[in-house]
Ligand binder design. Sequence first.
Ligand code: NIG
Length: 391
Amino acid sequence: MTEPVSSQSLVIDNIGLLVTNDPALGRGPLGIVSNASVVIVDGKVASVGPAGAVADQCIDADQACVLPGFVDSHTHLVFAGDRSEEFTARMAGSPYDGGGIRTTTYATRNTPTDELDRLVRLRLLEAHRAGTTTIEIKSGYGLNVADEARSLQIAKAHTPESTFLGAHLLPAEFEGRSDDYIHLVCGEMLHAAAPNAKWVDAFCETGAFDVDQCQAVLDAGRAAGLGLRLHGNQLGHGPGVQLAVECGCASVDHCTYLTDHDIAALAGSDTVATFLPAADFSTRQPYPDARRVIDAGVTVALASNCNPGSSYTTSISFCIALAVRDMHMTIDEAIQAVTVGGAAALRRDDVGRLTPGSAGHAVILDAPTYHHLAYRPGVPLIRHTIGPLGT
Ligand code: NIG
C-alpha cells in the first residue's frame, strides 16, 4: 500500500523505532528514536518528536519501525525485452561479459515510446512498493542519437536524477570503430541528450570502453554542464576507480575488484563507492570487500542496478540482505548505504534522512526493527511507502 504526501499535514505516529539518520535527534549514527512521531507538512519533515503528535491526517505505525525512503542511485529502467535465457545460461556456467547489452539495445530501439514509458512506470511502481522514494535512471540501451535522446526524455519525466550513458557498450553498427562511436557520443549524441540529463556516465571495463575513451566522455559531459558518474571495476581490476577519483565523479559504481591503491584513492576523495550486490549475485561475480572499504573511511552506497541483464531487481531489501550476509557490512551500515549513502552518491542532502527540512519520504516496515530487512530475506516487509517517487 502507498500513501501520497498531501499538501496538508500528516503525522506518522506511534512509531516503535525511528531511523532519522540525524545523530542530533537520536542514538548513534542512525539517529534512532524510540516511541516517536514524524510530522510532514507540504512534503517536508516539520518535526520529529515523541509519539502523540497531531496533524490533519494520521498514519498509525502501530509500533513498527520507520526509516527514510530508500535512495536507489543506480538503475537502468529504460529498456524493453527479456534476457532470462541469458540468465539461465549463466546459471549453467556461461560467464557474464556485458555483451547482452546489444540484445536489449535491439529490443529497446524497436519499442514505441509510449510502450517504453509504460514499462518504466511499471518498474517505478514496483520500486516504490519496495520502499524506494528517490531513484536515478540511466539511458544506455539506445546507443544512437535518437534512441538515447528519447530514453532520457522518458527518464527525465519520472526523476530529476537522469543519466546519459551513451558510452554503455559499442553498438553493432560501430564494430571496429570505437573511437568513431565515442566521437558521436561526445558530440551529437551528448547535444541531443543533455537537455534531459543531470549526469553523464560511462562503462570503463575491458570489452566496453577504455580509460581514454571514458575520460573523453566525462570531459565532454562536464563541459555540457552535467555531473559525473562512472561504471568501473565490475568484471576485473582496472583503471575505473582511479579515473573516477581524478575526474571528481560523484560516484563510481560496482567496485567489485579493488586494489589497496583504489581504496586509498577513494578514501582521499569525495567520490562515493557504490556497490551493486544484486549484480554480483546474478552474474556470479565475487562480492566486493565492503568491510575493507568502509574501514578505510570511504563513503559507500548500495543500489539495485535494476536492468534486464545483470540485475533484474528493484528490491533494495534484497541488496541489504546481500550486503550484510556476503559483503560483511553491519546492518546499520547497510541501512545508511541505502539512504544517506545513496543520497551522497547523488550529491543530495535533502533525501535519505528524516530530520526537519528534509523530504518527507518514509518507509513503514512490517517489522519492529530494521534488522529484519536482513534477518528475513525475501519477505515483503514494506508496509507503507510515504512520499512520491521521482523527487
Ligand atoms: O551496471 N555494467 C554495465 N551495465 C549494466 C549491465 C547492463 C546489461 O547487462 O544489460 C550494469 O551491470
